[in-house]
Design a protein around this ligand. Structure first.
Ligand code: BGP
Length: 471
């Protein structure tokens, strides 16, 4: 060690006691064993069978990172990295192969083992119920388009609370519920690849209703933990302060953030969004009592996923009058010159965005208890950073996390009620249609060596951050 190097690490950014350091993952992206253990098919299994070409390098969801087999070893690695908490999702089709009716006992037992193993390792399980993975049998009756699916979801949620609620104290109804609506019904990046604004609105509305019904079930059963929702909040920045640019950003914000944030946290829909849907003739079909149910069943805890901002400007060209109706009828995307990019994923990196979200939640959403439930950097070709000792030196990921954490720290100093930080993700996993193109993990997964795990430099760094409660 050189003389100039400090002997003791200086902690410049210290976080509140008990801050939750950990990571997040989802069932379809990690478990593999897609056709094993009695699991039913979900939309990913089905879509891949139909159109394998839609997936990077033709890699599908059948094996992914094999967590179904290796969860014990993986949880030991989490422990080694000093994780306090870990969020995973339950695969609806593993628990209910048809989405409803018969419970698959083998699937139920698997999640029991995962939960017990986490607890034995001193890691708190955060359990999410829906992460983009509609059981195929329910998609065949319309998925979230069909109101019956809302009730099937509520009974699935209730089953989970009964099975695991004695040990799981942090529940989440949905992860990024806007994604199934925009991916599946507007922008063609999720099954069923429909482009239909009216259906997208109905899907989103049903997801919101299903959140309220699950919250209702949790409270009715006397759940003694917290129930929340995880939203991807993308702050909408206008190109300029010109009123037309500002208006464009407010509308984008209403469509993409407030659409879920307002009903989940405040129990009501933003007026601006309701006005637009009414005026354009796209209000969803609702039933009597729905709005009251939503009003009375808001979440206790908000998970915030943050990757990138959304920059917009006033429209420059009017859309063709016959073109399908899209949110982009009200704004254009704006490519800010000189923006910092993660070119592998094509996403802008704007660290201050995380602070802006937290301050918005503090000021406009009653400072609800929240945490960063996902943040991370997907990088292609990380093997080139592997040293002779076998470790991937992902310094770019360490600085990505640090720069975001500095802003989280500042928000805390200004009173934001943020309780933790979870990286996306623990170990490299299957990124939907990007499959294994971009790697996000603290731990690498070598697909050529039967999924061999090795801890990356960021994993060791994060371990110290968790131990020191700061950096
Ligand atoms: C979020 C999802 C995750 C994860 C992550 C990274 O939207 O909740 O499931 O995949 O984004 O994005 P991607 O995998 O598309 O690169």
């Amino acid at each position: 060690m050189s003389k100039t190097e400090p002997q003791l690490e200086q902690i410049q950014y210290r976080f509140p006691n008990g801050f939750w350091w950990g990571s997040a993952a989802s069932a379809t992206q990690t478990e593999g064993a897609a056709a094993e253990g009695g699991k039913g098919k979900n939309i990913w299994d089905h879509w891949y069978e139909k159109e394998p070409n839609r997936f990077f390098d033709g890699v599908g969801p059948e094996k992914t990172s094999r967590f179904y087999e290796t969860y014990r070893e993986d949880i030991q690695l989490m422990k080694e990295l000093g994780h306090h908490s870990f969020r995973f999702s339950i695969s609806w089709a593993r628990l209910f192969p048809d989405g409803k009716g018969r419970l698959n006992k083998e699937g139920a037992a698997f999640y029991n083992r995962v939960i017990d193993e986490l607890l034995a390792a001193g890691i708190e399980p955060f359990v999410n119920l829906y992460h983009f993975d509609m059981p195929l049998a329910l998609q065949q009756i319309g998925g979230w388009e069909n109101r019956q699916v809302v009730d099937h979801f509520a009974s699935y949620a209730e089953t989970c609370f009964r099975l695991y609620g004695d040990r799981v104290k942090k529940w989440f109804t949905h992860n990024e519920p806007i994604v199934p609506a925009e991916g599946g019904y507007l922008y063609d990046f999720h099954y069923p690849n429909i482009v239909d604004f009216q259906k997208a609105v109905q899907v989103a509305y049903h997801e919101i209703l299903s959140n309220a019904k699950a919250v209702e079930a949790y409270r009715r059963l006397g759940g003694d933990g917290k129930i929340g929702i995880i939203l991807n909040l993308t702050p909408s920045y206008p190109r300029s302060q010109h009123p037309a640019d500002v208006r464009a950003s407010e509308i984008a914000d209403a469509f993409f953030n407030r659409s879920f944030l307002d009903p989940a946290v405040k129990g009501e829909f933003p007026q601006l969004l309701t006005d637009i849907l009414k005026e354009e003739g796209y209000l969803p079909v609702m039933e009597e009592g729905d709005l009251e149910l939503i009003k009375n069943h808001t979440v206790d805890l908000l998970g915030i996923n943050y990757y990138q901002p959304r920059r917009v400007k006033a429209k420059e060209h009017l859309p063709h009058p016959d073109a399908p109706f899209m949110p982009e009828r009200f704004f254009d995307h704006y490519e800010m010159p000189g923006r910092k990019m993660n070119r592998h994923r094509g996403w802008e990196i704007y660290e201050k965005g995380i602070y802006d979200i937290l301050i918005n939640v503090k000021e406009n959403y009653g400072n609800i208890e929240c945490f960063i439930s996902e943040n991370g950097m997907g990088v292609e070709g990380e093997e080139r950073f592997r040293g002779e000792d076998g470790m991937i030196r992902d310094d770019y990921r360490i600085s990505f996390i640090k720069e975001h954490l500095k802003w989280v720290h500042r928000a805390i100093q200004e009173g934001a009620n943020v309780k933790g930080y979870h990286l996306w993700t623990f170990m490299d996993n299957w990124s939907w249609t990007n499959a294994y193109k971009n790697r996000y993990g603290f731990v690498s997964v070598n697909l050529d060596k039967n999924g061999e795990r090795t801890i990356k430099k960021s994993g060791y760094w994060f371990k110290k951050v968790a131990e020191n409660n700061g950096f």
